[in-house]
Design a protein around this ligand. Structure first.
Ligand code: BGC
Length: 282
């Protein structure tokens, strides 16, 4: 029946053990933090993984070696995702290594915080450039490859998957971080617009919004008992998130188990978006 794409009954994408077996993934910002955990989880799920890094070749190569030990292919690919020429070169290298791409995880991101009156245009442009423009450039390159290559029903029901790592700050305003919050709000509507535009091509585009996760980007918020206690006033679930919490969500969203999920953000935040100020009833 037209419009009914059938239900694969078996095969590596459905075996439940290595749900991403045979798929090719690129994770940006994958040499540390959330990106590294995501890349590892995708490799554990059976995907070949390209480990993007901007700086820190040693860490990226170490990550790739670690993933290869899991029985998949892994390569480290350098690019500053805010630069079109570097993104194009990164995709060319990834496609040379793996032949194609099935999963893009747009993860690379940074903060350059300042009160608005002190924020320089350079700080504004840098954060928008990496966090938002970088996601656009990578998404565009991935979509071109998905459409060029066509379906691979032996590995996935979708033509391709793009997971945009956002933040609770796609909806929570954040004083002192106007560049960052604006970039993440932008990621949210970029994700939804691409999902709408590409659903007919069977390309899924989804978001994952981490709350406070234990990574170097926010070390000051968790590395002393006082800071941790203060952070907990913002988290109803009363623990900090770990990179693996995000990795599990991304892996599921990239898999056929989430084949009917597109254009939405999964918040992985211990309830940070639940107005914790109202915990005691307001
Ligand atoms: C930021 C972290 C912050 C968290 C919760 C993240 O997007 O990068 O620095 O701790 O949001 O506010």
């Amino acid at each position: 029946m037209e419009g009914d794409f059938g239900r694969p009954e078996r095969g590596p994408a459905r075996d439940g053990v290595r749900p991403l077996h045979g798929q090719k993934a690129l994770v940006t910002g994958a040499s540390s933090g959330i990106g590294r955990a995501v890349a590892r989880a995708l490799a554990e799920a059976g995907a070949d993984v390209a480990v993007n890094y901007a700086r820190g070749e040693t860490a990226a190569e170490a990550a790739a070696a670690e993933f290869r030990a899991l029985g998949v292919r892994a390569v480290a690919v350098q690019a500053d995702v805010s630069r079109e020429d570097e993104v194009e070169a990164m995709f060319a290298r990834t496609l040379t290594a793996f032949g194609t791409l099935d999963i893009l995880v747009n993860n690379a991101g940074l903060q350059q915080d300042a009160p608005v009156e002190a924020m320089t245009l350079e700080q504004w442009n840098r954060v928008i450039g990496v966090n938002l423009t970088g996601q656009f450039l990578c998404a565009r390159a991935a979509v071109r490859e998905f459409k060029r290559r066509g379906p691979r029903p032996e590995v996935s029901r979708a033509l391709g998957k793009i997971v945009c790592v956002s933040s609770v700050h796609e909806v929570i305003p954040w004083a002192g971080h106007v560049n960052y919050a604006a970039s993440k709000g932008g990621v949210m509507l970029m994700m939804k617009t691409l999902a709408q535009e590409l659903a007919g091509d069977r390309i899924r585009v989804v978001g994952v919004a981490p709350g406070a996760i234990r990574t170097p980007i926010n070390r000051a918020a968790w590395d002393t008992p006082e800071a941790y206690a203060s952070l907990m006033t913002l988290i109803p679930y009363k623990r900090i998130g770990e990179p693996e919490d995000i990795a599990a969500a991304v892996t599921w969203l990239a898999s056929d188990a989430a084949d009917y999920v597109t254009g939405t953000t999964l918040f992985v935040d211990g309830g940070m978006t639940l107005y914790p100020g109202f915990e005691a009833g307001g």
